[in-house]
Design a protein around this ligand. Structure first.
Ligand code: KMH
Ligand code: ZN
Length: 275
């Protein structure tokens, strides 16, 4: 069986310490969480930066550079930074860490469509998507396509036709966002049918859909994203004590069904990243 790539989204942009005390906020805390997730079995981390003073989401290249340096010092985990940032950020703000040479991530998220996001709108107009794709391709940064709706895969394939992206893609279906495609297994099955041959996919389920969707992906041959960004609970009403327990549980499930877990080196090979 293809080794399972576990991605851990350690912090996100929307959560606060009031919701979970284990949310990492400073560069040191975020880097520590990345390393703990990697030690638990994650081959990749999806990183958002937070303002060290206020804890608010930031796309400051300075802060990203510090987090990334701290992770690289201690781990060979694949670093994927967010180009999504938080609802309401401008395109230039969101792109800042992607184009900063000090950050130079191997991967960055690339949302390929606008979606309602709770009471807000996560705005990804065609021009913005093209600009982001071009910026990543020009720097050799592999995008992780974030698909919140089934049509977002078709939007990514349009970028391939326009030669702004190249195959194979890596597509992460982010399901269960209030305002986006819901997070039942039947929705995932529909999404997977749209993945072009030779491309890889993973699934992130928001809230209570995280564990069932991750489990389905493990047996379907896809990959998984877990982490506090998508879900802060370990079980009903019980907060997860950080990211590592969520990762460790997926390692155990994979082991029970005979699916090996990818090391960062194996993940790089599966994703076509330079090693
Ligand atoms: N914070 C969300 C509005 C990404 O990281 O690329 C967008 C997001 C997607 O988290
Ligand atoms: Zn994110």
């Amino acid at each position: 069986m293809t080794p399972l790539i576990i991605t851990c989204a350690v912090v996100g942009a929307e959560l606060s310490r009031e919701q979970t005390p284990s949310l990492p906020l400073t560069p040191q805390e975020i880097a520590d969480e990345c390393v703990r997730a990697a030690e638990a079995g994650a081959a990749m981390v999806h990183i958002h930066a937070r303002d060290p003073q206020t804890g608010a989401a930031t796309q400051s290249a300075d802060v990203y550079a510090e987090i990334v340096a701290r992770v690289r010092d201690r781990s060979d985990v694949i670093i994927q930074i967010s180009s999504g940032g938080a609802v309401g950020m401008s395109a230039a703000e969101r792109l800042a860490p992607v184009v900063d040479e000090r950050v130079a991530p191997e991967m960055a998220s690339l949302s390929t469509g606008t979606v309602n996001f709770g009471d807000g709108v996560f705005w990804n107009a065609p021009g913005l998507i093209r600009e982001f794709a071009q910026a990543m391709t020009a720097r050799g940064i592999k995008p992780e396509i974030e698909a919140f709706e089934i049509g977002h895969t078709a939007n990514a394939l349009r970028l391939v036709e326009e030669e702004l992206l190249s195959l194979p893609l890596h597509i992460d279906f982010v399901l269960g966002v209030p305002g986006g495609l819901p997070g039942e297994v039947r929705h995932l099955v529909q999404c997977v049918a749209e993945v072009p041959a030779g491309s890889t996919w993973s699934v992130a389920g928001v809230g209570r859909s995280q564990l069932p969707l991750n489990t389905a992906a493990i047996v379907m041959g896809g990959h998984v994203r877990t982490g506090l960004e998508d879900n802060i609970y370990y079980s009903r009403g019980v907060l997860s004590e950080g990211n590592a327990p969520l990762v460790a549980r997926l390692v155990r499930i994979a082991s029970e069904v005979g699916r090996p877990v990818a090391t960062p080196a194996q993940a790089r090979e599966l994703l076509g990243l330079a090693s």
